[in-house]
Design a protein around this ligand. Sequence first.
Ligand code: PXL
Length: 278
Amino acid sequence: MKRILTIQDISCVGRCSLTVALPVISAMGVECAVLPTAVLSNHTLFKNFTCKDLSGEIHPIMDVWEKEGITFDGIYTGYLASADQCRQICGLFDRFAGEDTLVLADPAMADNGKLYAGFDDSFPAEMAKVCAKADIILPNITEACLMTGMKYRTEYDESYISEMLERLLKLGCKTAVVTGVSFSPELLGAAYLTHGGNPSYVFTRRCSQCYHGTGDLYASAVMGGIMRGMELNSALELAGEFTASCIEATASSTTPRWYGVEFESQIGNLTQMVQKRI
Ligand code: PXL
């Protein structure tokens, strides 16, 4: 069984980051080791939150893993709590990402044109350095703009997205995927580009509701799919289908949207979706 390491915070309440990555990646038949970067009472879209930064734990943990000879087939980074942590995670790649380790970076730091609470304007440049070392990066349009200096737009055409993909590749990653791309009211998806190729698109039906944490669900499913041997295109299709099914399963819920999507009811479905694609 493949073993991956996911590096992101644990928000105790609110279904995002580790509380999403662990169940999703496990359900896909991949061992999910974790490096929690911070403990929050809940994610930062609630009105109040506590945040205990765990930066001081990263080096001692890495030293022990090295002593124990622990290795990973993949490393998946998500929300990182500070610029210093970004630098530490670049160092972790140098120590633990060998030739055959797939590194996927989701620069979870912004949405809808705005950085999340707690980050300042210098943070995207540090996150861009994490992305530079990754094989695959998975920003949404806001995050891509912040890392490339492009202007954030809600209305755009294919040339805007292809310029974004080109600029993201220039950061240094091998494959750039931009999520949350849409050219029509019915479809939402991802655009991706590899050096020397042309932009490709994977669309899924657009769900009218909007919930917090869907980016983490999507990225976790992409990582799980790739680790199960799927081509990127197939992993993106699966992730889009899974995320849409989770949103639809939550549509009748009256719980506020910042509690995230009720993915729990779709975990059995996810396991079956993986079986069909491998
Ligand atoms: O889902 C991204 C995310 C992860 N972790 C924390 C967050 C957010 C988004 O707001 O606040 C702590």
